[in-house]
Write a protein that binds this ligand. Structure first.
Ligand SMILES: [Mn+2]
Length: 429
């Protein structure tokens, strides 16, 4: 899969260019202990299929040929006894389909030779460390008297090219995301089934972590959110350690990562057996907006279109049940919906949970196309300090599914995770 990805990227690079992609390093959590497990940079994985830290891929695209070099950690028996297996230089060319492998310790010296004679550089310009190594290397080549060949004078942000390519998923990538979604589905159903016997949010978090690992997930795509009652009003609540009350709703935003591909799903369900009347009303408004938005999403629409569409349905629901006290005109004029719906409806999904940073190019928004995957996740958060109908205060609900555009239409990859009130209540019987 990664070979095809790399070939496609190489096609989009200018002739006479050098492209540099880093895996990233282990990050220290405290003293000599690292954050685990290591998660390589998504572009690096996408182009190499290799997941060891301290590795760098260099692609040289000349006029007639392309040469690839992988810098990585060499085999070292003594170190491997402590920190585990390394692929090593000898096995790397075949395993990662590169022309040559070099010791990562030699990168700062060898990158100079690899850049000389080329005109364009492609790398992640936000990687400050790499940026500085490359600039210093170019400076030292310029200062050395011996060099008569050209050196790269044009810098390109690689992410712009990889994001564009990664935005459209291949069939194999879609299959990996479907596998991630399947693990997420089993997990959410288990949570709905078992929440009544849990007393603290952390017990649900334990079920999430256990089930993800048990079913073969690489990890969680992001820090799971288990927010009961009013904690759901904090959009990225990650403390996950409060006592559960029987009448609470529990908002769970948790998605498994499978083979480095993400899923991202939110369900909100009662701790006990049933939703209260007030909870039902808010839930139904959010659910209607979510289901209609999924149908509305199709080729040619933008994520902003989906957000505007969804916001409208939420607003109609809030007005119908007189949850907000202001008139429609006043809400629209003062943008009051933002008070109870402060986040966007959608983001792209792929190797990263927020997969694509270049939603706009030259101020023009990306339109949905076949092979794109994104979330649809409306919510309502009825903060107690707002001037709203008393009996709804403190309720926070979000419902989120992962959507693929296929044959110009939306296709819900997580439709089999229950979200209808009757379905959820019957699981909890
Ligand atoms: Mn999301």
């Amino acid at each position: 899969m990664f070979i095809k990805n790399r070939e496609k990227l190489i096609e989009s690079l200018s002739t006479n260019s050098v492209c540099i992609v880093c895996s990233g390093d282990l990050k220290i959590r405290s003293n000599d202990t690292e954050y685990m497990p290591f998660r390589p940079n998504s572009d690096f994985l996408y182009l190499t299929g290799f997941d060891e830290p301290e590795s760098i891929l260099v692609i040289q695209k000349g006029v007639n040929e392309t040469k690839t070099t992988l810098f990585l950690r060499p085999k070292d028996k003594k170190i491997e006894i402590w920190t585990g297996y390394r692929l090593g230089l000898e096995a790397a060319p075949q395993k990662c389909s590169v022309d040559q492998a070099e010791d990562i310790e030699t990168f700062q010296t060898k990158i100079k030779e690899l850049m000389v004679g080329f005109h364009h550089l492609y790398f992640d310009m936000m990687n400050v460390e790499l940026h500085s190594i490359l600039l210093n290397s170019l400076k030292s080549i310029t200062n050395s008297r011996g060099n008569k060949k050209p050196i790269p004078f044009q810098f390109n942000n690689l992410s712009k090219f990889t994001y564009k390519q990664r935005l459209i998923k291949t069939e194999s990538e879609i299959d990996l995301i479907k596998s991630a979604c399947k693990i997420t589905k089993e997990t959410h159903i288990k949570l709905m089934r078992e929440s009544h016997r849990c007393n603290n949010e952390r017990e649900l978090l334990a079920i999430i972590n256990h089930t993800f690992t048990d079913l073969g997930a690489t990890y969680s795509s992001y820090h799971s959110i288990v927010a009961s009652g009013k904690n759901a009003l904090c959009l990225h609540y990650i403390e996950n350690n409060k006592t559960l009350n029987d009448q609470d709703l529990i908002l769970v935003d948790a998605g498994a990562e499978f083979d480095y591909y993400s899923s991202d799903v939110t369900r909100t369900f009662p701790k006990g057996k049933t939703f209260s009347a007030e909870q039902k009303i808010i839930y139904d408004i959010v659910l209607k907006a979510q289901k209609d938005a999924i149908l509305y999403a199709s080729k040619g629409k933008t994520l902003t279109d989906i957000h505007d569409f969804t916001s409208n349905i939420l607003l109609e629901g809030l007005l119908e049940y007189k949850i907000l006290k202001n008139s429609k005109e006043e809400i629209l004029e003062k943008n009051l919906l933002k008070q109870v719906y402060p986040h966007g409806t959608s983001h792209f999904l792929g190797m990263d949970v927020h997969d694509q940073n270049t939603r706009f190019e030259n101020e023009i928004e990306t339109t949905l196309d076949n092979g794109m995957i994104f979330t649809v996740e409306p919510g309502l958060y009825l903060y107690p300090d707002l001037d709203i109908n008393e009996k709804f205060k403190g309720i926070g609900i979000r419902i989120e599914d992962d959507i693929l555009i296929k044959d110009n239409k939306s296709f819900n990859l997580t439709s089999d995770i229950p979200k209808e009130i009757l379905e959820i209540e019957s699981i909890k019987k």
